[in-house]
Design a protein around this ligand. Sequence first.
Ligand code: G6P
Length: 488
Amino acid sequence: DPDDLYVDHAYDMIVVSNRLPVDYEEQPDGGIGWKSSPGGLVTALEPVMRAADGAWIGWAGVADREFDPFEHDGISIIPVPLSESELEEYYEGFSNDTLWPLYHDVIAPPSFHREWWDAYVRVNRRFAEAAARAASDGAVVWVQDYQLQLVPKMLRESRPDLVIGFFNHIPFPAYGIYSQLPWRRQVIDGLLGADVIGFQRVADAGNFSRAVRRLFGYRTHGTVIDVPDTDATSNEGDVRRVVARAFPISIDAAGFEEMARRPEVQRRAAEIRESLGNPETIILGVDRLDYTKGIRHRMKAFGELLRDGRLNVEDVTLVQVASPSRERVETYRQLRDEIELTVGRLNGDYATLGHQAIAYLHHGYPRDEMVALYLAADVMLVTALRDGMNLVAKEYVACRFDGDGVLVLSEFAGASDELRQAVLVNPHDIEGLKDAIVEAVRMPRRERTRRMRALRRRVIDNDVAKWSASFLETLTGAGIITAGVTEP
Ligand code: G6P
């Protein structure tokens, strides 16, 4: 009975994210089905949620459908509906055509539309109301990502008893860029409703604190921001202490390694190499088809290496997995056209009957197939122009229990703060990128294993369980400190 799941004020731990850990899937017979939405967040939070008897609030991935709450793998799922126009204005519009390009350093120009902002406010309020209704007295509510930045303040206003966390999975830009946002004050005000605001990189947290000082003049010391307390019970000059700091997200490293060790996955990896004609070197790119990922830069560099004869199509194949994403947003459509034109040209110019230059796959794949691809790849290319973290880089490392494989990693991905033994690149520098690819292809085995050993230590020691534990410890600790602070 769904009424048992949606008991008011029943949950001590709530995660709120735009996307639920499960996506709605229409069955051939017209019935309702649910499939796990792939992604780090789910694996990160599932164990925590199951232990805490928590609820997950989010959107089921389709417009104009209402679903009752249900139970999935021991987690209560509370779907929030979006209308078709909200899908256009809040999700495709303000989230993915305003905030996404703005927060990724305006790689694409952001669009500013007042109707989109209105929809963003309206939908954020709906998520906040769902959380306020489901949360028990003093519950912990953890809000995720840029689609829901207003939820912390909305929640605090209706439920001051809650402990509220926010984690931003994407970059937070420098003030000179952030300040373009017409609603720059409202967004920061919304975030400051949280007790702890988490970012991927130290630089992101710094950009946020700077924006708070510039726009509000609040005092910051280290990772703490003094926010004037407007609670009904507070006195003049009281402050609430908000923590804003980096918590670099990670993956279930042991889970990836376990999958990589399965004989059937290793057989699949060998089969992939075989089907590509057993080239000496397989280079792999795995991304959502997004303009932040630097897929064009990567293809340009690879194409020039073939043109210049520094790489030979008989020996080297680039496999590019580009999973479909946000396909109704114009910038994404354009990108797809450009990339597919480039793939066609490169294969037309350099492929032979037996050897493709680029094997391009516009699909999402299940995790075991991704792991087989990671095992098959001698070189992994992560050339993002801007990326909050980039979990693909960490997944590749976690899968390489054989200690082999070379990671080429953009310094503009958050992962580069930690994965220092990768071959680090500036993807805008096409000559430098070409040299890095050649270096990776030719790297002697001793050096490959030396680097991979160091990378693996890092990823295995800092897995996603550690990430969520560290955030939640800071959050629940912060709740106690906050209650005691009344001095400015
Ligand atoms: C990024 C964002 C997530 C988002 C994911 C997929 O990783 O940080 O919040 O869920 O992309 O994008 P989508 O628009 O399909 O949810």
